[in-house]
Design a protein around this ligand. Sequence first.
Ligand SMILES: Cc1cc2nc3c(=O)[nH]c(=O)nc-3n(C[C@H](O)[C@H](O)[C@H](O)COP(=O)(O)O)c2cc1C
Length: 393
Amino acid sequence: MLATVTEESTETDAAKMITAPEAMGDDLSARPDENVDSLIPPFPDETREITIGNLQIPTRYFLAPLAGYTHLAFRQVIRERGGLGLATTDLVQAVHIVHKHRKSYELIATNDVDRPLSVQIYGSKLDEMSKAAKVLQDQGYSAIDINMGCPMAKIVGTGGGARLACDANVAKKLVGTILESVSIPVTVKMRLGWDRENMTAPYLAREFEKLGVAAITIHGRTRAQGFSGRTDLFGIKSVVDAVEKIPVVGNGDVRTVADAFRMRRITGCDAVAVGRGAMLDPWLYFRIQRAYQGLTGPWDPPAEEQIEFLRRHFYLMLEQHGAERSCVEFRKFGIWYGARLGIPEDLEKRMQNFWSVEEFEANIAELRVRHGTRKNPIPTADIKVPNGPISHW
Ligand SMILES: Cc1cc2nc3c(=O)[nH]c(=O)nc-3n(C[C@H](O)[C@H](O)[C@H](O)COP(=O)(O)O)c2cc1C
């Protein structure tokens, strides 16, 4: 399969695509002698807020969609701490929005605190995608995000996800149709291209801008890369350079305040979307806001705050899903919170296997006294990227 940006593309368009493997970028890993002060915004002429289409977003640091994780409770608990700009829901299938599929509606459930919120949709059928966009607009969502970065076999197989980004005409038609059906901002999330030889994102970003897309989120890897290697900051920069004025949101491998600022400095992107980094450190947005206030020294939430945060996350889940399901679904979060708090192995096991609110509270009581017992806690809680056919998100 390979990409074809197109019967329509001109030489100039083609020149906008980066093809050289040498363009592989700078990486975001921590530098021992790094001083966050040297990276810190404000960047020239920058406001703290950002406008996407007609939408005012309070900060430039966003939550990237993470299927299975970025549900209402998680979004809300982060928002309550402060610093998060735009959040996007897990990916939902357009046809399921149209037909009121219960599970998809659970994924996009929201409330007044959870604003602004964009719903990410996928699908390849024009009528389904535009109907879904309309339904979402009528229900008051702030924006629609079109998934063009998802290479899951079942999604690619139907012509949606990353495959869309391989056929520019099909992609443009789809985007154009959705744009015609709604007036709220429509954005597109994609990877750099199918592989290093087919880096279609700069070309597509500019074409989508011409159609009226309000912003592009770009994960700085190719589809072929899956999650391997590093985010290519120069690849992201090539998308920033390709568009005329719409905001570009950089994405990939941001774990720290310095990572976020470095991505913005090197790529010139207007905003940053954080995915896995928000799981490992849900305080990241708050840290970034502290940095904006000039507070760049080391800071960690006190253990008691971390514990209250994890309880709040759990109780918000309870409100939406009830005890049985929340106990099961919270376990994967418990691992990260537990790892961050340095809890001993036996307690970690219990955090992964509790069945009632009473058990949860008993674990919390223990956690209050036994945190900090484990050294080097974080490596045990690496975020799993999807395996098998979905390893290429
Ligand atoms: C578990 C998991 C689920 C994901 N789900 C989605 C999704 O629903 N839609 C999407 O566009 N990207 C999805 N992604 C990709 C992320 O949004 C993001 O582009 C990628 O993880 C790189 O950013 P990060 O290093 O900040 O996580 C997912 C990634 C992971 C690890």
